[in-house]
Design a binder for this molecule. Sequence first.
Ligand SMILES: *[C@@H]1O[C@H](CO)[C@@H](O)[C@H](O)[C@H]1NC(C)=O
Length: 215
Amino acid sequence: MALSLFALAIFLFLNLDADFSSTPVSAASEGVQISYGSAIKLMHERTKFRLHSHDVPYGSGSGQQSVTGFPGVDDANSYWIVRSVLDSPAKQGDAIKAGSIIRLQHMRTRRWLHSHLHASPISGNLEVSCFGDDNNSDTGDYWKLEIEGNGKTWRQDQRIRLRHVDTAGYLHSHDKKYTRIAGGQQEVCGVREKRPDNVWLAAEGVYLPVTTESK
Ligand SMILES: *[C@@H]1O[C@H](CO)[C@@H](O)[C@H](O)[C@H]1NC(C)=O
């Protein structure tokens, strides 16, 4: 009962579009299951940078909202809400099975982590942007969850890859930095080859308790 009230509170909290920067954020312990509706940060394993976006367009390629790797841990623009895809029966609080197709919604701007055939600004790989809104999403926002090892459902201590469905590019980052953005942010892009630099981990976040084990 206490747990479900907590889940409800978090649910309302997320749906009120609360400002997480002024709110204590629970640091989940190791092995916590990640469920739909959770707001998480994704850490690039090798560089420790967080997947980040803000309301600044790319100056090249699609001109859509930019996505970068951010060196700091505390920035509220690094929260992403884990969503199911449009035709999925999955509900908020459901566990997420390996191989699921998911979407990541940038919490501050409500846009979706997106990719397509435009060239990324620095390395000329596939551009990764933020696009759409609460009512506008398409398969360009679909990512397949690949869990390293033999985990059946997504847990916080697992190394994961996200593979973009339309382009088959893995979500990737590397040391290539933007010189005109303050704070040493680095490029995030898609690459089709399976490389060590495609590995991410769920880091800080508000983890909704899993209410339904995956079927
Ligand atoms: C999405 O649709 C709802 C219901 O029609 C509307 O209230 C809301 O303003 C829309 N949001 C955006 C971002 O367009």
